[in-house]
Design a binder for this molecule. Structure first.
Ligand code: PLP
Length: 477
């Protein structure tokens, strides 16, 4: 493909994306294809001779589009949002065009330097304590990782190395393997699946402690688990607190959990993957009270902050623990920046780094702080609109409502809510997820697309309402 063809292909692709977004509201949210559909439609081998870009784009429309789930449809209410905005899409395009791999400062200085500045902008936007920022005098700093899962895992590995080092300094006769075999981690049973997975990957049992009836891990529960484990000879090492749990967007109380972790020498990691974006608005910052007691903090601009996947922001109070845990040197990785830039490869799993800071910069520049705040506030008010609609129907109950997420159910037996969700799944006009709360089957309704407006919420409620009528007819007035 020559440069002229690239210009034509690229422009046609941008038009294709723009048309897609413009028509997304009219598409059924969930595809109707069956498993294996694409294998039957595609040739069994790569073509012997190259085809034209027009063929490729036609194939996208004919073969790929029918198998796309429309995450950015205003009627997509499953999971949590995954971000998408035009500035971020263009940022991804340019980053692919530059095509560098930022494995060291000199491998592309702008990669590292923009990331350092963006993590300062972002930290200030959320009003994180100064000591977490790259621009502070201390050893703290921020980095963009690929996902919250990765961050939780990296935090666990750093906590493990720190604990081993601390204990061996105090007791030189101890053996590393003996310490590692006794380490234990904690989170609540409401934490994301990735938290349990971090424990599995890091060979550290992750105890999922029972949350209270508000979905929070309490200080008493954590303290008791630590006491029991210490009595058994185990070594508490890592706690993952959640600000915005996946099932109900509940917030653990950092001001309660933090002092316990600090006292016990346990690394406290904060997973605010979805809800962290809300801290851009001062009125929600009370929900992160006590954040200064944590060792690492994470949220995903790729969830609620309009930056396309992947972009997961991680701050640590002391980057030394990451560097000590992950530092592997080679002659070809030598840099000559005299310590004026972080060696981000020591803060992460892979060697190569994407230019994620570019799309983040575009979003922050083009939306501005006010644009991000408006986005958060609009989405929360749409969730409130939905909550009010549910509350007006006496057959339903709202179970939880927090940020852009409402969980609700039909009153009575769980089977009613299950039947309702099945009907909605079959019709594919809106997309919702099942959940559990306090041993009850619930439906999660999340405001996900940045395109969702008040009329879309009415549409989604009308769809739910009409299907509920088939299960329990509306009571006659
Ligand atoms: N933590 C929470 C609270 C989440 O809701 C999710 C995903 O929804 C994750 C972590 C995992 O995020 P990621 O896909 O970036 O690993």
């Amino acid at each position: 493909m020559d440069v002229q063809q690239f210009r034509e292909f690229g422009k046609a692709a941008v038009d294709y994306i723009a048309d897609y977004i413009e028509t997304i509201r009219d598409r059924p949210v969930v595809p109707t294809v069956k498993p294996g559909y694409l294998g039957e439609l595609l040739p069994k081998e790569a073509p012997q001779t190259g085809e034209t870009w027009q063929d490729v784009l036609q194939d996208v429309d004919r073969l790929i589009m029918p198998g796309i789930t429309h995450w950015h449809s205003p009627r997509f209410h499953a999971y949590y949002p995954t971000a998408n905005s035009f500035p971020a899409v263009v940022g991804e395009m340019l980053s692919a065009g530059f095509g560098c791999v930022g494995l060291s400062w000199i491998s592309s200085p702008a990669y590292t330097e923009l990331e350092v500045v963006m993590m300062n902008w972002l930290g200030k936007l959320l009003d994180l304590p100064e000591e977490f920022l790259n621009c502070s005098d201390g050893p703290g700093g921020g980095i963009i990782q690929g996902s919250a899962s990765e961050v939780t895992f990296i935090g666990l590995l750093a906590a493990k190395e720190k604990k081993v080092k601390d204990l061996m300094e105090l007791n030189p006769e101890l053996k590393e393997a003996d310490i590692k075999g006794k380490l234990v981690a904690y989170s609540s049973d409401q934490s994301n699946s990735s938290v349990e997975k971090a424990g599995l990957l890091g060979s550290m049992p992750m105890k999922l402690l029972p949350a209270n009836d508000k979905g929070q891990l309490t200080a008493a529960t954590l303290q008791e688990a630590i006491r029991e484990d210490k009595e058994r000879g185990l070594i508490p090492c890592y706690v993952v607190a959640c600000l915005g749990t996946t099932p109900t967007c509940a917030f653990d109380d950092l001001a309660e959990l933090g002092p316990i972790c600090n006292r016990e020498g346990i690394w406290l990691h904060v997973d605010a993957a979805y809800a962290g974006t809300a801290f851009a608005c001062p009125e929600y910052r009370h929900l992160m009270k006590g954040v200064e007691l944590s060792d690492s903090f994470n949220f995903n601009p790729h969830k609620w902050m309009l930056v396309n996947f992947d972009c997961s922001a991680m701050w640590v109070k002391n980057a030394k623990y990451l560097v000590e845990a992950f530092n592997v040197q080679r002659i070809y990785l030598k840099d000559n920046h005299n310590g004026l830039a972080p060696e981000y490869r020591h803060w992460q799993i892979s060697l190569g780094r994407r230019f994620r800071a570019l799309k983040l910069w575009f979003v922050l520049k083009i939306y501005g702080v006010e644009g991000i705040q408006k986005h958060v506030r609009d989405q929360i008010s749409l969730a409130k609109q939905f909550e009010d609609l549910v509350n007006q129907d006496s057959r339903f109950e709202v179970c939880t409502s927090s940020m852009g997420l409402v969980t609700f159910r039909m009153k009575g037996d769980n089977a009613l809510t299950r039947a309702l969700l099945e009907k909605l799944d079959q019709r594919k006009n809106i997309f919702l997820m099942a959940g559990h709360f306090c041993n009850k089957f619930v439906i999660r309704f999340a405001i996900c697309s940045r395109l969702t407006n008040s009329k879309d919420v009415e549409f989604s409620w009308e769809e739910i309402h009409s299907q509920a009528n088939e299960i329990i007819p509306l009571p006659k007035c």
